[in-house]
Design a protein around this ligand. Structure first.
Ligand code: ADP
Ligand code: TRP
Length: 332
């Protein structure tokens, strides 16, 4: 029996955060016991927005060190950089030829950028590059190239996986059952971790609790969590409170109940709860932080790990791409 494949990627477009860990990295690492796993750094996806060479390089190392600090074992999972497997671009073109333009017009990030331009009364495509437009096709190729069955991601990536499914199905309809049609794995309880401002935690919103940064920086971020201005003695609603929603992710169930009651009855100040939350998060990240620091200090070691991973990934990519070429009438 063929072992099923789990695969996911993170783009190096900013400092990794608690949302990435809980929404994608941890669920992905849990799948390694049961599935063959491929995890990668989506550096070419980051090129749609990151244009500073030094920043790109350092963010690639940050994402790599994050995966390793979170527990990725490069012996167990294939861990690589997207850009080290150029086969992905050949498949990107092939899939692009199967992709209806209307499908990509409806992709969230492109649609949102157009909507922003219209709101600002600018040309709808102002500032939008073709990398952003084709982003979902490259992502579909990332997944389909390796025949991945399962893709652990946060809720925001659901539409992208649906596009990958559509493209795999369109290909199969034309050429026979060649491609694996992937399934998203979205864990209900962590599908959208809120950020310090209550919106989805995201590198692009500047609202993150960064993962393996020094305690002082983490503390600053926790203290920035936005709350209403209710005083200590006032009764508060835990369900609509962003601070409580983040606290919920880290507190033990008994403590959560106590805090919930204290919210309702009054007597608990936001400042006190922020301090408690900081202590919890700091404790949660501290074992990983030590590992992270070791890797960040040793980029050669990271390069070595990623190079070995790329070698393994390329072998799979090469094999699968050959089947695709054969199917479309381009066998060598
Ligand atoms: P960001 O939105 O910060 O740029 P990415 O797009 O690089 O993050 O996301 C990498 C992975 O982490 C994806 O699978 C994404 O769905 C997941 N993820 C990102 N933010 C969150 C969040 N706030 N809650 C749950 N999962 C998230
Ligand atoms: N688009 C994903 C994100 O922004 C990153 C990504 C690129 C990805 N290729 C992928 C995730 C393939 C899963 C599978 O988070």
């Amino acid at each position: 029996m063929i072992q099923k494949i789990a695969l996911t990627g993170i783009k190096p477009s900013g400092t990794p955060h608690i949302g990435n860990l809980m929404g994608a990295i941890k669920p992905a690492l849990e799948l390694t016991k049961q599935y063959r796993s491929l995890y990668f750094i989506a550096d070419y996806h980051a090129l749609t927005s990151v244009r500073d060479k030094a920043l790109m390089q350092s963010q690639i190392y940050e994402v790599a060190a994050t995966w390793l600090a979170a527990g990725l074992d490069p012996e167990e999972s294939i861990f690589y950089r997207q850009s080290d497997v150029p086969e992905v671009f050949e498949l990107t073109w092939i899939l692009a030829c199967m992709a209806p333009k209307g499908l990509l017009n409806r992709a969230h990030s492109y649609k949102d950028s157009v909507a922003k331009n219209l709101e600002a009364q600018r040309d709808p495509d102002f500032g939008i590059n073709m990398g952003l437009y084709n982003y979902p096709v490259l992502m579909a190729a990332d997944i389909i190239l390796y025949g991945a069955h399962l893709v652990p991601v946060g809720q925001d990536q659901k539409q992208h996986i649906e596009i990958a499914r559509d493209l795999a199905q369109a290909f199969n309809q034309q050429y026979g059952e060649i491609l694996v049609v992937p399934e998203p794995v979205i864990n209900e309880s962590v599908k959208t971790i809120p950020g310090t401002d209550g919106r989805k935690m995201s590198k692009s919103y500047n609202n993150v609790l960064p993962l393996y940064v020094p305690s002082k920086k983490l503390r600053q971020a926790v203290m920035q969590i936005v709350t209403d201005s209710k005083g200590i003695e006032e009764s508060k609603d835990p369900e609509t409170c962003n601070l409580f929603q983040i606290f919920k992710l880290f507190a033990k169930p008994e403590r959560l109940e106590e805090v919930k009651l204290a919210y309702q009855s009054g007597g608990l100040g936001y400042g006190t709860l922020k301090q408690e939350l900081f202590d919890l998060v700091d404790l949660f990240v501290s074992p990983g932080r030590a590992v992270y620091d070791q890797y960040i200090k040793d980029p050669d070691r990271i390069d070595h790990i990623l190079k070995l991973g790329a070698h393994k990934a390329r072998a799979i990519a090469h094999h699968n791409l050959a089947a695709v070429r054969q199917a479309i009438g381009m066998a060598r």
